[in-house]
Design a protein around this ligand. Structure first.
Ligand SMILES: Cc1cc2nc3c(=O)[nH]c(=O)nc-3n(C[C@H](O)[C@H](O)[C@H](O)COP(=O)(O)OP(=O)(O)OC[C@H]3O[C@@H](n4cnc5c(N)ncnc54)[C@H](O)[C@@H]3O)c2cc1C
Length: 271
């Protein structure tokens, strides 16, 4: 039997606290996905309640040992006078442990930009800033099927969702990676059908792999909650198709995680 009552979203807000953290572990999950475990006392109050949460990581500028973090002022958070501004990029809290003061982040190694370059050169002891998350959108209620769609930048959220959903929850995931070597281990008690789609050397965000996979899926029965993340332009036709195919737009969340040729793409931009 399928669910008839739509799930609702509970929004939980967190105070925006700037936190400094230090790399304590680096693990290559695959040739293209590098995990960093960060630790600090600041992280003992870090919170995140949903797999789709995001935070800003703050990267030291060239020649800096530490990133510049904003401080609380009567006018809100501001960089201290004279501080060199640091680049910030969106990342998914893959895992965290308040007791240990740790936060795990998985980086796709695309090799460009402040985050991409940092992931290539960072070593144990390097400092990174963490801003956020500002809050969580928690899905309350039953969902018949979670449909998860994304490239490597969505893989941390997909992996976390697979760990978060109840045992037996039906999940269908389409994950775009370059090739079989780029597959990362995923743990779940869900009734999950995972399809890894291989670009085989094509540049990320240039294929129709995700679109074709979604088009070829017979629309699942009942309440389908879709979460999609990846290159902004390539998500557009998938979103359009899903609208046409009758997927409920209220239960469909698309996020342009990055955009070809654009540094620091704003994921709030309409797909
Ligand atoms: C909500 C959210 C959660 C995210 N979570 C993660 C995460 O957990 N792990 C993760 O790795 N990424 C994640 N991303 C994506 C990440 O924020 C972007 O890839 C970001 O652009 C990386 O910054 P950068 O400094 O490396 O590159 P930028 O300075 O932003 O861009 C430099 C150049 O690199 C290109 N580029 C950026 N990203 C990619 C890519 N993935 N593949 C190919 N070219 C790229 C840009 O088009 C640009 O030409 C997330 C994004 C959002 C919005």
């Amino acid at each position: 039997m399928t669910t008839t009552v739509k799930p609702s979203i509970e929004r939980v807000r967190f105070e925006l606290v700037p936190r400094m953290a230090e790399v304590i572990e680096i693990i290559d999950l695959s040739p293209t996905m590098r995990r960093f475990v960060l630790q600090s006392d600041d992280l003992r109050t870090f919170d995140s309640r949903d797999a789709d949460d995001h935070m800003k990581l703050v990267f030291p500028a060239t020649g800096q040992r530490e990133p510049s973090l904003p401080i609380q002022t009567p006018e809100g958070l501001k960089l201290p006078e004279g501080a060199v501004p640091s680049e910030r990029r969106d990342f998914t809290p893959r895992a965290f442990d308040q007791t240990a003061g740790t936060l795990t982040v998985d980086f796709y190694r695309h090799g460009n930009g402040p985050a991409g370059n940092w992931a290539e050169t960072a070593t144990i002891g390097c400092k990174l800033g963490v801003l956020g998350p500002r809050g969580s959108r928690i899905i309350r209620g039953s969902v018949d099927v979670y449909l998860l769609i994304g490239d490597e930048t969505a893989l941390p959220a997909i992996a976390r969702r697979l760990e978060l959903v109840p045992a037996g929850q039906k999940v269908i995931a389409f994950i775009e990676i370059d090739g079989p070597a780029d597959k990362v281990p995923l743990t779940t008690d869900a009734d999950a059908t995972l399809t890894w789609l291989h670009r085989n050397g094509a540049a990320p965000g240039t294929t129709r792999l995700l679109e074709d996979a979604v088009r070829s899926l017979p629309k699942p029965e009942g309440i389908v909650y879709t979460l999609a993340g990846g290159e902004a332009t390539s998500l557009r036709p998938i979103r359009a198709f899903m609208k046409e195919a009758g997927y409920d737009p209220e239960l469909t969340r698309f996020s342009g995680h990055w955009k070809h040729g654009v540094a620091n793409h704003d994921h709030h931009e309409e797909i």
